[in-house]
Design a protein around this ligand. Structure first.
Ligand SMILES: Cc1ncc(COP(=O)(O)O)c(C=O)c1O
Length: 392
């Protein structure tokens, strides 16, 4: 058998590797606490579940849905964007459902990139910013996110020859894995850059609803001119604990929305109508639920911040996202530290380089486990450190 080379071009999917390690340890009887994957531990809000049940009982939902998405879903999404972000979206031309944000990140690349084109992607970044462009046969140029640049890519530092071939710029704020938020003026700068260089901005807005201390993350589409140059991918996965539901949106520039939809008519047959109705319930009846989730993550964040400070791993407290991006102790690499924490403390964290080369020297903690387990994880890391097994 011979297989296409495109899969060999991408590194093994991070979370598949983490899952393998987790299973191996669990088989060996270790009670591993996984702070690796950002998959909310709490259930989807009741109105969403109830809407799904009612919709599944309605035989009208059992046939192929349309790739355009139901009018009801597109209107609910536009209503949410209006009320939450002050963004006006034409529900007919500027919104289309996605089978989760991940699918959209990947397929948008197939709709926008040809072999020879360049995709600009944050490093560290969500792995599909790499695999999507590579599957499209495009070249990838990583934009380093560093503490010095507040984890915002320096668009002026991109070599002109690469800018000339670039057709996509992925951005993601609030950011995974760094927990960083955008800064005033940054999205405006991105719109100017996109306009000047004929680049499409794809803003992945997976985390705007998980915010703390009064911070409310903006949508990229709030930026004047944003709809002329790009789209935003929105997902209820994190805010509404809906990772298993595979629901999301692509919204913004009508041409990009339409090309993405056209691509998908060839690859999938739309989102199960019952899931569309459930997503409507998230945007309407359960609209305030993400604030409740944010409060839960805030409590967990404070608990972890305290624990990390106590063991000398101080990090800035994130204003959004359920993640901590932490520098490994001196003398360690990301890999040696994550291996040691797994072996000695039975705690799984994500090694920074799994999100790109600039992740070296960091690891990511996800707050998506119950408070007691988080406390236990911090205690275990602390006791490994104190006993000198791990040194900080
Ligand atoms: C930055 C980012 N974008 C998109 C997603 C995808 O979310 P989903 O496909 O569940 O909508 C994730 C999930 O972890 C993410 O971290």
């Amino acid at each position: 058998m011979r297989f296409a080379r495109r899969l060999d071009a991408v590194p093994p999917y991070l979370f598949a590797e983490l899952e393998r390690k987790l299973t191996e340890k669990q088989r060996a009887g270790v009670d591993v606490i996984s702070l690796g994957i950002g998959d909310p531990d709490l259930p989807t809000p009741a109105p969403v579940v109830e809407a799904l049940i009612a919709a599944a009982r309605d035989a009208a939902t059992h046939q192929y849905p349309t790739n355009h998405g139901s009018q009801e879903l597109r209107e609910a999404a536009a209503g949410f964007y209006h009320d939450r972000f002050g963004v006006e979206l034409d529900p007919v031309a500027e919104v289309v459902p996605a089978l989760g944000g991940k699918e959209a990140v990947g397929h948008v690349a197939l709709a926008l990139l040809d072999p020879g084109d360049v995709a600009l992607a944050p490093d560290p970044g969500y792995p599909p910013y790499t695999s999507g462009p590579l599957f499209a046969g495009a070249e990838l140029h990583y934009l380093p996110l560093t503490e010095e640049n507040a984890f915002l890519p320096d668009l002026d530092a991109i070599p002109a020859a690469l800018v000339a071939r670039a057709n996509v710029l992925y951005l993601n704020y609030p950011n995974n894995p760094t927990g960083a938020v955008t800064q005033p003026g940054y999205f405006e700068r991105a719109v100017d850059f996109a306009r000047a260089n004929d680049v499409v901005v794809v803003h992945d807005n997976a985390y705007s609803e998980i915010c703390f201390d009064g911070y409310r993350a903006p949508s990229f589409l709030e930026t004047p001119g944003a709809k002329d140059v790009g789209v935003e991918i929105f997902s209820p996965s994190k805010g509404w604990n809906m990772t298993g539901w595979r629901s999301g949106l692509v919204a913004g520039n009508a041409e990009v929305v339409e090309r993405y939809r056209q691509l998908k008519t060839n690859l999938d047959s739309g989102m199960f109508e019952a899931v569309q109705r459930a997503t409507v319930a998230a945007f309407t009846e359960a609209r305030d639920f993400p604030r409740e989730m944010s409060e839960i993550y805030r409590r967990r964040r404070d608990l972890v911040a305290e624990g990390l400070a106590a063991i000398g791993l101080e990090v800035p407290t994130p204003k959004a996202t359920p993640y901590f991006w932490v520098r490994v102790p001196d003398g360690h690499t990301s890999e040696s530290f994550t291996e040691l924490v797994l072996e000695e403390a039975g705690v799984l964290v994500s090694p920074g380089p799994a999100y790109g080369p600039s992740g070296e020297g960091f690891f990511r903690i996800s707050l998506t486990v119950p408070d007691e387990r988080l406390e236990e994880a911090v205690r275990r890391i602390e006791s490994s450190l104190r006993s000198g097994i791990i040194t900080a």
